[in-house]
Design a protein around this ligand. Structure first.
Ligand SMILES: [Zn+2]
Length: 252
């Protein structure tokens, strides 16, 4: 690390749990962030400011005025521009050392598999079940840790599926695909602005812990946050041995 990097990351380096070694682990890591909206904003801002080495951010959408209430990565002058591009510009203004790849596309199929394969940690910041299930399948297949977040109205949730561990449950074990899961669109449901900030910041924290091996992660637990009552609940996630997505993995 050069002098500027030692200064930039000094408040991390001061932490004995991180130090120079942990900061180097952040720098060697590649995060895949799917969604550049309310959750993806704090996720990408914190991963970039904290010194993640590479960050791929995907979003097929463009910035509009209704986004600015909670999608804090985007600025007025980005309205009409692709969210992924707006993200890349904002992140470059904070930490130009991060290699940001901006993809304006709805990632799926073999393309998604390849992106997950190249990542060390995957952050689901999407707003629909089709993407959540596709990301989970790719993370199970590639044995990558998945940090899943969601937030609508005043209700948020976050869970970690550390699929590097063959005993870990997957997203599908928790929410089986029934065809009945209705996407709760922010457009009609409303969302409390700081809710996605709280959940997204926690997703970034879990991702950094996963890539640097810090502390104990949320692996196998679901946290539910009610922003109206300021209550948190923890739910243990049991692995479903008959899960059609992860059930065939060999137990280690
Ligand atoms: Zn499963």
């Amino acid at each position: 690390m050069n002098d500027d990097q030692l200064l930039r990351y000094s408040r991390h380096i001061l932490l004995p749990q991180i130090g120079i070694e942990g900061q180097e682990r952040f720098r060697r890591a590649h995060a895949l962030v799917v969604g550049a909206g309310g959750l993806g904003s704090p996720v990408a801002l914190y991963l970039a400011s904290a010194g993640i080495g590479a960050l791929t951010i995907c979003d097929h959408d463009a910035v509009d005025l209704t986004n600015l209430q909670r999608q804090i990565m985007h600025r007025i002058d980005a309205i009409g521009a692709p969210k992924a591009e707006s993200a890349r510009r904002t992140l470059a203004g904070i930490n130009p050392e991060v290699r940001v790849t901006a993809l304006t596309e709805r990632v799926a199929g073999a393309r998604l598999e390849a992106l997950v394969r190249d990542a060390d940690v995957v952050l689901d910041c999407s707003d629909n079940f089709a993407t959540r299930y596709a990301l989970n399948r790719a993370c199970v297949a590639q044995r990558k840790p998945l940090v899943s977040g969601a937030g609508v109205r005043f209700d948020g949730q976050i869970a970690v599926f550390d699929l590097r561990d063959a005993r870990a449950p997957c997203y599908h074990c928790l929410f089986p695909e029934s065809g009945e899961n209705e996407d709760m669109r922010c457009a009609v449901m409303g969302v409390f602005a700081p809710l996605v900030g709280v959940i997204g910041a926690m997703q970034a924290a879990e991702a950094l812990k996963l890539v640097a091996g810090l502390g104990a992660t949320l692996n196998g637990r679901l946290l539910l946050f009610d922003a109206l009552t300021t209550e948190w609940r923890t739910v243990r996630i049991a692995r479903d041995l008959a899960c059609p997505v992860c059930g065939n993995r060999a137990a280690v």
